[in-house]
Design a protein around this ligand. Structure first.
Ligand code: AVJ
Length: 319
């Protein structure tokens, strides 16, 4: 008997159709990260204007050893996301854990990065888990009794609006368990010009990254979106404390997706990504509202990026 199953393709189609019909047209940012999108993001991390990756890597180079000195951060490292090929090794070398568990929704990325890491750390037991870490996950039996350090670098948390970010941080706490630690990267609020240049680079890589979403719609759905009718826009939304990426219609345009007709007037936009930025207390409050108590924080000399270590608090009765 055939069982109806919803495939990632259906989810993409549903999100695009619903998103474009919404009063403020928007498509969830996760759809930017197909293979091509992930390659383009990798290229973004090497751009002169895109400071977060370089700065966070520098902080890890200087301070991963400090994280390692805190008792309870030692047995198993649990990475949320396939991990970065430079940041993860820096942490693993400092911590020297007994096990490494990368969690990613894409089995393909997961296998590739786990294999690369295994070559670099031949003696390290690696237990990849293919799962959506937005929900609590049962970790492999091998790490059940170990003390756990979650790793969530890159200010990826900034992709989510605060309401969803706390959901994720709570799910991570449920996954890791009481007494665990989380090492998380958060990008700071800073000069709007610096932020805007980081998300609208001179070489146009971020433009390509954003427009790739339209190419993906055309390739994977039954669609005829004229990509040249849209341009990349980065906006600093001060009220929401975030950079927003939009695709803006440069002329009146209409197209069909899956037989449905959409029209955009010149100047109208499709909101494609948020990148929230966090002040010192913003970061702490966000973590605290999900049950994480900050126990350590490291930044660069300009305070442009923060690497924060938090401990999963036991629930308390009062006050
Ligand atoms: C992958 C979400 C951390 O917000 O800085 C970079 C994504 N988008 N340039 C970020 C991104 C455009 C990036 N994160």
């Amino acid at each position: 008997m055939d069982v109806a199953r919803s495939t990632p393709d259906d989810a993409f189609r549903a999100d695009v159709l619903a998103g474009l019909k919404a009063p403020i047209p928007a498509i969830p940012a996760r759809w930017l990260y197909d293979r091509r999108g992930s390659e383009l993001f990798e290229a973004i991390t090497r751009l002169p204007e895109y400071y977060p990756t370089r700065i966070e890597t520098g902080i890890l180079e200087r301070h991963a050893g400090d994280v390692a000195t805190i008792p309870g951060t030692g047995d198993a490292v649990i990475a949320f996301g396939s991990g970065s090929s430079t940041k993860t090794p820096l942490l693993l070398r400092a911590i020297a854990p007994s096990a490494y568990v990368p969690i990613d929704i894409s089995g393909e990325f997961l296998r590739d990065s786990a294999a690369a890491l295994q070559a670099e750390f031949p003696a390290l037991p690696i237990h990849p888990v293919e799962a959506d870490f937005m929900r609590p996950i049962r970790l492999p039996e091998a790490v059940a009794k170990m003390t756990k350090l979650g790793f969530f670098p890159g200010s990826t948390i900034g992709n989510l609006v605060p309401r969803t970010a706390t959901d994720l941080l709570r799910a991570m706490k449920d996954t890791l368990g009481e007494g665990s630690y989380l090492l998380i990267g958060m990008d700071r609020i800073k000069d709007a010009g610096v932020l805007l240049r980081a998300y609208d680079d001179a070489a146009g890589v971020t433009t390509e990254f954003n427009l790739n979403l339209l190419h993906r719609i055309n390739a994977e759905l039954d669609a005829d979106v004229p990509v040249d009718a849209f341009r990349h826009r980065a906006i600093w939304n001060d009220r929401m404390s975030r950079i927003e990426m939009h695709l803006e219609a440069v002329r009146d345009v209409s197209f069909t997706i899956d037989g449905e007709r959409f029209a955009f007037a010149r100047g109208q936009t499709i909101h494609t990504e948020n990148s929230h930025k966090f002040g010192f207390r913003d970061a702490r409050l966000l973590l605290r509202s999900a049950g994480w108590a900050v126990v350590g924080e490291w930044t660069d000399h300009d305070d442009w990026f923060a690497l924060i270590l938090a401990e999963a608090e036991a629930p308390r009765f009062a006050p």
